[in-house]
Structure formats: structure tokens, C-alpha cells
Design a protein around this ligand. Structure first.
Ligand code: ZN
Length: 280
């Protein structure tokens, strides 16, 4: 997930919304979409109102002239014929990619809206600020912004091999790169060295940025790197890692689906190792 081509983000809702505004409406963590199952549609805001749902929502921006609104629905929002509530992950490859990206953005704004209704410092009900996407406490002035949680992902190489691990929560047989959340006081590079040490007991160097991805499950910014093996023997941390080992570039096991940055990171690295192997 990323900022789609042609999307201009903004928190300030225009005085008059252009026709055809789209409503990214969530009931809990599921988004309202219309039939059919294999090619769902995002409802227009007018349709949502016709169905008797939705209030003001949060303005997200403009996708090539189409206003996009995030609409939190109550837990008891009705099921209307021809419409259903779908998990965000189920929309990958079914809904056009820019709309999936905006749905992810909508979900994060709605989650923040739902979890910051009261001031975290003094408990007073908060209100939305007009000049930015933020909630403010009228009693003590505390300001809360949408939460984005940075996490790193790292793929370690050693010669023509790469280190892949199977987390306890993965389906059997699936391996991926290492990942972990940044802790207070850390740089991302610090986080990489600490997580690699904790999860597999190795030392790494040559840390190099690859790419980043917004990941709305629920609010991660996944920042991906490659690194080079610098020492140690693999000692998997049994609570998080079921198995970790070196794989030759041409013997990689089952990998995560291509929607994830982990897959792009692994594919790009395998391609690099393959070309290095061919050129000797
Ligand atoms: Zn307060």
C-alpha cells in the first residue's frame, strides 16, 4: 500500500463534494463493498446515504477528480442486499490496486478515530482539529495524530545464499525475511541489528535500504533492507522463530504472496544473487 498515482491527499473536506464521491466505509475491520464477489465495487457516498448509513466521515483526498471519504460505520450497521462486508486482504487482486491502497488508508484513519475518542492523558472527549488530521483535548490541549508504527524487514545474504525464517505464526512450509518493530530510542539500523541478534543470533553489516510499504494491519510502515552476514551461528529464538536457515538462491522454499513487500524483497535479492552467480 502506497499513495496511488493521481491521488492528492488532504484532510480538508471541500465545501462541495464533486459528484461520484466514493465511501470507504468500515464496520469493525471490514469494508462495505458491492457484488460481485470476484470484482467488488466501492460504494458512492450517495449510495451509502441511500442505504441509510454513514455520517460525515473523514475526507481522505481526491483520486483523479473523485473525492474519497473514510466512513466509520457502527457495529450494528445493516447488511443490505447486494452489499457485503469484506476483509481488506480479500480485496487484493479483486479491487483495482489504487482503491485497495485508499481502503488501507481509510482503515487506518478510522481505527485512529475510533481509538482516540477520549484524551489519553485526562479522559476528556476529544474533538477533531480543523487545520490538520489530529484530535485535540479541549481540557488539557493534548493532541493525538493517526498512529503509524515503523517496522523493519531485513533479508540477510551470505555469498550466494539468503537467510529465511519461518515464524511460529506462519503456515507450515512458508519462509520469509526477518521483521520486527522499532523500539523507542532506536534507529532503524539499530533495530535491524537487535532483531537479527534476538531472532537468529547473527551479526550483520552492509545494511542497505530496499523499499517501504504502508501495511494497514493495523498501522505499520514496513521499511525493508538487505544486509550481509557478518558473523555468528544461527540460533533461532524459539518463541518467535520456528526455523531459520540458509537457502541457495535457486532453492528458495514457499514464500509470502506477492502483495507483500517481503516477497518483492526476496524476489529482487534472488534475482541479484542469480545474476551474480551467473557472472561468476
Ligand atoms: Zn486531556
Amino acid at each position: 500500500m502506497y499513495t496511488p498515482e493521481g491521488f492528492t491527499p488532504s484532510h480538508a473536506r471541500p465545501e462541495a463534494l464533486a459528484d461520484g464521491a466514493l465511501a470507504f466505509a468500515f464496520r469493525d475491520d471490514k469494508i462495505l463493498v458491492g457484488d460481485p464477489e470476484d470484482a467488488p465495487v466501492v460504494p458512492q457516498l450517495s449510495k451509502l446515504q441511500e442505504l441509510g448509513m454513514g455520517g460525515d466521515g473523514h475526507y481522505l483526498g481526491d483520486l483523479a477528480g473523485v473525492p474519497c471519504i473514510a466512513v466509520p460505520l457502527p457495529a450494528d450497521a445493516p447488511e443490505a442486499p447486494g452489499w457485503r462486508y469484506a476483509g481488506l486482504r480479500s480485496l487484493f487482486f479483486r479491487l483495482p490496486e489504487p482503491l485497495v491502497a485508499i481502503a488501507g488508508r481509510a482503515f487506518q484513519v478510522i481505527e485512529w478515530d475510533r481509538t482516540h475518542r477520549f484524551c489519553g492523558r485526562c479522559g476528556t472527549p476529544t474533538r477533531n482539529r480543523a487545520d490538520e488530521r489530529a484530535k485535540e483535548c479541549p481540557a488539557c490541549g493534548y493532541v493525538a495524530y493517526p498512529r503509524v508504527t515503523p517496522a523493519m524487514m531485513v533479508l540477510i545474504t551470505r555469498g550466494h545464499e539468503l537467510l529465511l525464517a519461518r515464524a511460529q505464526r506462519f503456515p507450515p512450509g512458508m519462509f520469509s525475511a526477518l521483521a520486527g518493530f522499532v523500539e523507542p530510542g532506536e534507529t532503524i539500523e539499530d533495530c535491524i541489528r537487535r532483531e537479527v541478534r534476538e531472532e537468529v543470533g547473527l551479526e550483520v553489516g552492509g545494511i542497505r535500504y530496499f523499499a517501504s510499504q504502508s501495511w494497514a494491519f493495523p498501522d505499520s510502515l514496513m521499511i525493508a533492507y538487505t544486509a550481509e552476514y557478518a558473523g555468528g551461528e544461527i540460533r533461532p529464538d524459539a518463541t518467535e522463530i520456528a526455523e531459520a536457515r540458509w537457502f541457495a538462491w535457486n532453492e528458495v522454499p514457499a514464500l509470502p504472496p506477492s502483495i507483500s513487500i517481503s516477497r518483492r524483497l526476496i524476489d529482487a535479492t534472488v534475482a541479484r544473487l542469480a545474476s551474480e552467480a551467473r557472472s561468476g
